[in-house]
Write a protein that binds this ligand. Structure first.
Ligand code: PMP
Length: 369
């Protein structure tokens, strides 16, 4: 089949150049966006062709359909992934969570796990950065037949991966000093039909509100508290990180039934602490327990590990990173991170599969009319 404009790359380049609108895009240093989306073209024979294009573009040239339900209804999911020293951290765990999330939210994921893994590794490699942050996103696509109403299904989902400089949730100064947090007036959503708390869906509106409100009050972050129908309250997590505290040398973290996200960094710290012989207890934790802790810290992909120096005005321990926290942080970066990386070059390992037609091609025709 011949599509006007010769090769896929040439057409992608032409489309990128034809973009007259200049949007600021993502200003996060050296950024590249991998797009895997449906395009519509006419062939030289006048046939209407719907096809999938896979390309890597600068952020100002990335496009998304304005009718995409990911944009207009927040229907979609994402991941936040770190890469260091030419390797992607916890890649398989992020893929597990992403595919589980796509299934829970009944999203049509057009790429297989192998294809998606390659796409992410390629984005990291193409960014030219040795270390950075990856944001893979799957949107539901536009409403069927271009409809905006929610009474229809979606078609043409878009998968994109933003690869950019490392994302640090707090300032460098704050990482040294630790964070001040307090309970947020925005409580955790109770579990409903879907476990939205354990889903990295595109609607982070509540989390953004928690953060903004806490900052307005002079804190670095807000604690989302789960309020049970009997009025009991339990600590869940902060806006984009999981919480831990240490009391009498035992490490505590809110159990998953506290409606926190099952953080990949959280799980890595639980495993690491147990390996180091530290007793770890996952349970429902109260704010009082956190406030009377010897040490406390938060974990997440973008948060990394950050000490908590103050909760609701009460100093935690000495108000500095505690001894056990420091040891865990060191061990994490020395022992866990280097052994949990998938090198970017694995992206090229599927060449035999490409040649044998077992892997994806740049151009996948979906429909010809
Ligand atoms: N909780 C929330 C609400 C988050 O957004 C994140 C960041 N993904 C985390 C916890 C930490 O999860 P992870 O360690 O997988 O990044």
């Amino acid at each position: 089949m011949k599509v006007k404009g010769a090769t896929v790359d040439e057409r992608a380049d032409a489309a990128a150049k034809a973009q007259v609108k200049v949007m600021p895009g993502v200003k996060q240093g050296s950024t590249i966006v991998g797009m895997y989306k449906v395009e519509y073209t006419r062939t030289e024979e006048g046939k209407f062709v719907k096809w999938r294009n896979r390309k890597f573009v600068k952020p100002e040239c990335a496009e998304i359909n304005v009718g995409d339900f990911g944009l207009i209804y927040g229907r979609g999911i994402f991941e936040g992934i770190n890469f260091y020293k030419g390797g992607v951290l916890f890649l398989e765990k992020h893929l597990d969570r992403f595919f589980a999330g796509a299934e829970t939210s009944r999203l049509d994921m057009p790429l297989s796990r192998d294809e998606f893994r390659n796409f992410i590794l390629e984005a990291a490699k193409k960014s030219g950065l040795k270390e950075g942050y990856l944001r893979p996103i799957l949107t539901a696509g536009r409403g069927k037949d271009g409809t905006l109403g929610i009474n229809v299904g979606c078609e043409d989902p878009t998968v994109f991966v933003i690869a950019c400089n490392p994302l640090a949730l707090y300032t460098e100064e704050t990482y040294k000093k630790g964070i001040k947090i307090t309970d947020s007036p925005y409580t955790k959503q109770p579990k409903t039909v879907m476990d939205l708390n354990n889903l990295k869906w595109l609607c982070y509106f509540p989390n953004l509100m928690v953060k903004a409100e806490a900052k307005e009050r002079g804190y670095d972050d807000g604690i989302m508290v789960l309020k049970e129908p009997d009025g009991k309250k339990y600590v869940s997590e902060v806006s984009a990180a999981n919480l831990f505290f240490i009391k009498d040398k035992v490490l505590y973290t809110p159990s998953l039934d506290s409606n926190c996200l099952e953080g990949i960094t959280r799980n890595a710290f639980i495993e690491l602490a147990r390996k180091k012989g530290i007793e770890v207890v996952e349970k429902r934790c109260t704010l009082d327990e956190f406030m009377s802790a010897d040490e406390a810290f938060a974990t997440g992909t973008a948060a990394g590990l950050i000490a908590i120096k103050e909760i609701r005005g009460r100093l935690i321990g000495t108000g500095k990173e505690g001894e056990i926290t420091g040891k865990l942080r060191e061990a994490y970066f020395k022992e866990v991170v280097p052994t949990s990386l998938t090198p970017f070059d694995h992206a090229g390992k599927k060449l035999e599969d490409l040649q044998a037609g077992r892997d994806y091609h740049d151009l996948t025709i979906l429909k010809e009319e």
